[in-house]
Design a protein around this ligand. Sequence first.
Ligand code: MN
Length: 260
Amino acid sequence: MKHAPIDLAWARILVTNDDGIHAPGIKVLERIAKSLSKDVWVVAPESEQSAVAHALTLRRPLRARKISRRRYAIDGTPTDCVLLAVKSLLTDKAPDLVLSGINHGSNIGEDVTYSGTVAAAMEGALLGIPAIALSQGRLSNGDIHWSAAEHFAPKIIRKLAGVPWPHDVLMNVNFPARPPDKITGILPCRQGRRIDGTDVTAGRDPAGRPYLWVGVFQSDKPREKRTDLAATAAGAIAITPLHLDLTHRGTLGALSEAFG
Ligand code: MN
């Protein structure tokens, strides 16, 4: 089954993220959402939840703190935020669209499986709501400029709203780290894989005890063409439809033969 095209002017838009409700990226996305519709709600984590993936909080209660009109902070994960928004805060009318981001940094290649930004969109899709994850790439010195996302996101969201896509698919949009006039295109492409993975750095704390610290992320060198990694490396905006069904159909055939 596919989503009907979304009439954005009348759409209820739920905005969330994984960088936390005070992050600059969600302010950019809220502004963009409000340029598309009057019915915009923000339900986002109290604190940063990057790389929590699709985690749910099960072993303690959650609290929704109303910050202002149509804006709530939740002391949980991005997935908690979407679930609570739909099941508890917006019970009069479900969102017509979930926008997650704009993340501080890319969510391409294997990032997708760690990302809280993408997971919030996954939760939207699981609840039957069209959902788009948006991420802005960082410069090599770690700085971030939101101008590419600010300039192109409204146009991309409008276009996606008119494209019917299946209920178990979400959209993953990545803006490369360059100004709008240096963007080389908007490329639908598949999820890629980096040549190098994530590093672990060993060190010693001030008391001399050894530690291991995850998080030297390798450069975005793509293994293959026509992927989110290759597109953003070439200065294009990558749009990847992601499927909630992670089954690898080719291997299923081989398994059926082996176990048949
Ligand atoms: Mn993040």
